[in-house]
Structure formats: structure tokens, C-alpha cells
Design a protein around this ligand. Structure first.
Ligand code: SF4
Length: 447
């Protein structure tokens, strides 16, 4: 056994959104500091963690299934530490340990910094441990981060959410919105710029409500302007935005900031006003269309992506058809589509007019078919154009080619010298597919 393999190894499976991916980057850094190494496969790990999501029942079931599969492995190897962290742990808490008594650790949200202590406690025989977060003891800032790229990275700007959409569990497991102070944010982003990062994606459940909880002098548009002024950062992205709070002034501001990429992820959720009201989204389809119109007028190349839910309680066939119509009218560049999944504790889970699973499934299928056609059509519209691409590295499917994303967040694959990784290049787009774009680099300025 080489010296390298003497280190204990961890394996983390991450479910859910970008916020969870960002949390996993923190967990990995914390474990690295404990002298753990990342295991190439789950079989080799002596610490297995599931960073969980609870937004849909499907995500819960995946974790339950994985834990079931690991029961035998745990029985054979008592030294193996098995843990669940994040949103589902926060939601299910004790229920987890009742259902899976062989799990060593159930850790809630914003508790990653406790891992060194808790792992030691488990090693000394004090498991299983259940530790959930509450308003007072969340640890959100100041933890190390193991970034998965040296070129682009996430930076959370706020945590939690105040909106309480009737279908959503997030405010219950991540708490109300807490915006990071711009001083600490700018320090982090400045350091990233010094370390050579070119693209920053600002993360939050609702990035455009950033600062609402800090005071009237703080706003998302001011934050964007501050970051835009940093010399070494080439690109700024942000996800997710709430249509209700996306003011026309914010669109104007974004249009004036050269580093802010032309990609807007604006969850519409439904094309029907009555359903939007029942979801407690705070806008009508007409409001949403006006916003998209303003964006496309000021930023004609903007790509608009969305989230859509079908089969929300009470959704009639006619209301579902309005979602299809909205898709065609708005001409979304891409959509994340889901069948409504009741989440215990949310308002909509108690609505009596739940839609049968078979109907939800059928509607989802129809929506996915429409979306697939639209994505390919939209990507084909890029053929012949020249796009600025930040070169991220070798393509996963063909390591002899390079890959990167356009400002509108399209994956692009092209031939090129690996020396251009980490630089902005002009790519002539030759083909558009459902997965993205293919082209040639036309101005390969090799550093
Ligand atoms: S805005 Fe609504 S859907 Fe988004 S995280 Fe908050 S409650 Fe959930």
C-alpha cells in the first residue's frame, strides 16, 4: 500500500441544486483539512456522506434507496461511517435514525463545520449522532471551500428564502433569507480574482432579493456593479432569480454591465394565473411576459431559462395547456420541468384537489417533448454565429476536444490547443444539437 492510500478516504454523493453542490465543496475542504482523501469509488471509502435534497419526493427516494443498499456493507464493516447531511436530514431528522438505525450521522443544513468534531465523536463510539440546525447556530461563512474548477466557481451571496411558495420546502429547511455582507463577499471574490478565477456564479434561492434583509442601501444591482468593476473577473453569472422582484431597473443595470452574462434563469412555474396565485408566486403570466420583453429589448441575445411544475393541485387540462402555450410564446432556451410533488409541512401538500399521478406523468411527458424540440431549435439558431466562450477544459465525451460555455450558458465543444484553457475565445458555431453547440476557435490567442 502506498503512502497515499494510507489516508482515510471519503465519498460524497450530492443531490439537488447548485447550493448543495456549493455545500459539498465546503464539506470536501473540511474533510481535506482532516487529512481525508477523496475516494475514487464508494467501495474504497471509510466515510460515506449523502448531501441530500428534499425539494421533490424523488430526491428523498434516491437517498433512502442508497442507504438501503449500504446496510449490508455497514454490517460487514463496523468502522465505516455512514452519514446524511443537508436538506433532507434537516427535514426528516429523527425519522432518519428510526428508519435507518445503522446510519452514524444525521446532520442538518449549515452544519458542515461541525464534521471534524462529530466524526471524532463517532470514532470514539458516541454515534449515532443527530444534529440539526436552528436559527442561532447556523455556520455559513468562514469555512474552507474546495473548488471544483480553477476557472469558474460559485459564490453564495445569500442563504435561505422568505417567499414561502406553497409548494416549496426550502424556507423550512434553510430558514429565512440571510444576505452576506458585501464586505465579506467582495473580499472572497477579490481573492478568487487574484487566484485566477475568471467566472463567478452568484448563488442564492432568490439572488435578486439580495440585501433586502441588510437595509435599503444594499441591493443586488449594486453588488453586480461592484463585482463588475473588478479587473481580473471576466464573467458574472447569477442563479436563481425571482420574477416578482426582477425590476425593470435591474434589467437596465444588467444591460449596462459588460461582464454580466446574458443568461436569465427565471422560474415561471406555470402559465396559468390562478395556479400562480395558488402557488403564491406574486406575479401573473402577463407580468412575466413584460419582464421577458424588457430583457429581450435591452439585451437581444439574452437566453431565458425556467422551471416549470405540472400537476399542481387543482391544475385542469386547460390550465396545463396554458403552460404549454407559455413555453411556445416565451420560446424558452431551456427548462427544468417537474411533476408536482407534495412536501409534508407545505401549504399545497394539504390542498385537497391533488392531481392523479398518471395525469401528472402524462403532462410532464408532453412538456418534455415540447422542450426537447425547442432546445434543439434554439441551439440551431446559433449556427453561423461567433460566440465568446470561456474555455473550461477537455470535453468529457472526447478528451481530444475542448469545451466551454457561451455567455448565454450554452455548452460548446471545439478543437483547440489545451493552452487556451482558462481564456476567452471566439468560436464560430458550426452545429447546434439538443445538448449544445459545436464549432471552431477562430482567434486562438495562446497565452
Ligand atoms: S422562492 Fe419559492 S420556490 Fe424559490 S426557494 Fe423560495 S419558496 Fe422555494
Amino acid at each position: 500500500m502506498s503512502a497515499l492510500t494510507l489516508k482515510e478516504q471519503y465519498y460524497i454523493q450530492t443531490y439537488g441544486c447548485q447550493m448543495n453542490v456549493s455545500d459539498t465543496e465546503v464539506i470536501e475542504a473540511v474533510l481535506d483539512q482532516m487529512n481525508f482523501a477523496k475516494a475514487p469509488t464508494i467501495e474504497e471509502a471509510s466515510l460515506i456522506l449523502f448531501n441530500t435534497c428534499c425539494v421533490r419526493e424523488n430526491a428523498d427516494l434516491k437517498v433512502y434507496g442508497k442507504l438501503g443498499e449500504l446496510k449490508e456493507k455497514k454490517r460487514k464493516n463496523r468502522d465505516l461511517i455512514l452519514g446524511v447531511v443537508g436538506c433532507l436530514s434537516q427535514k426528516d431528522g429523527k425519522k432518519f435514525l428510526e428508519r435507518f438505525p445503522y446510519v452514524d450521522l444525521v446532520l442538518g443544513t449549515y452544519k458542515q463545520g461541525r464534521l471534524p468534531y462529530l466524526i471524532q465523536e463517532i470514532r470514539s463510539g458516541k454515534g449515532p449522532i443527530l444534529e440539526l440546525s436552528n436559527r442561532k447556530d447556523r455556520e455559513e461563512e468562514g469555512l474552507p471551500v474546495k473548488r471544483r474548477s480553477e476557472i469558474f466557481t460559485f459564490v453564495p451571496i445569500s442563504y435561505g428564502c422568505d417567499q414561502f411558495c406553497t409548494f416549496c420546502i426550502v424556507p423550512f429547511v434553510r430558514g429565512k433569507q440571510r444576505s452576506r455582507h458585501p464586505k465579506s463577499l467582495m473580499r472572497e471574490i477579490q481573492n478568487l480574482a487574484e487566484d485566477g478565477f475568471k467566472e463567478i456564479t452568484l448563488l442564492g434561492q432568490n439572488v435578486n432579493t439580495y440585501g433586502f434583509d441588510l437595509g435599503p442601501e444594499y441591493s443586488f444591482s449594486e453588488l453586480l456593479a461592484l463585482i463588475n468593476s473588478l479587473d481580473k473577473i471576466d464573467r458574472i453569472r447569477f442563479i436563481t432569480s425571482h420574477p416578482k422582484y426582477f425590476s425593470l431597473e435591474l434589467v437596465e443595470k444588467i444591460a449596462s454591465l459588460d461582464k454580466v452574462c446574458e443568461h436569465f434563469h427565471l422560474p415561471l412555474q406555470s402559465g396559468d394565473d390562478e395556479i400562480l396565485k395558488k402557488m403564491r408566486r406574486g406575479y401573473t403570466y402577463e407580468d412575466y411576459k413584460k419582464l421577458v420583453c424588457k430583457i429581450r429589448t435591452l439585451i437581444p441575445s439574452a437566453s431565458i431559462t425556467t422551471d416549470l411544475i405540472v400537476g399542481f393541485p387543482g391544475e385542469t387540462e386547460e390550465q396545463f395547456q396554458k403552460t404549454l402555450t407559455a413555453y411556445r410564446e416565451i420560446q424558452f432556451d431551456q427548462a427544468f420541468m417537474f411533476a408536482y410533488s407534495p412536501r409534508e409541512g407545505t401549504k399545497a401538500a394539504k390542498f385537497e384537489d391533488q392531481v392523479p399521478e398518471s395525469v401528472k406523468k402524462e403532462r410532464l411527458q408532453l412538456l418534455i417533448e415540447l422542450s426537447n424540440q425547442m432546445v434543439e431549435k434554439k441551439n440551431k439558431e446559433y449556427v453561423g454565429s461567433i460566440q465568446e466562450v470561456l474555455v473550461e477544459g477537455p470535453s468529457k465525451k472526447n478528451i481530444n476536444r475542448l469545451t466551454g460555455r457561451t455567455r448565454t450558458n450554452r455548452i460548446s465543444v471545439f478543437d483547440g490547443n489545451p493552452k487556451i484553457i482558462g481564456t476567452l475565445q471566439k468560436v464560430h458555431i458550426k452545429n447546434g444539437y439538443s445538448w449544445g453547440l459545436e464549432g471552431n476557435v477562430i482567434s486562438s490567442s495562446i497565452p
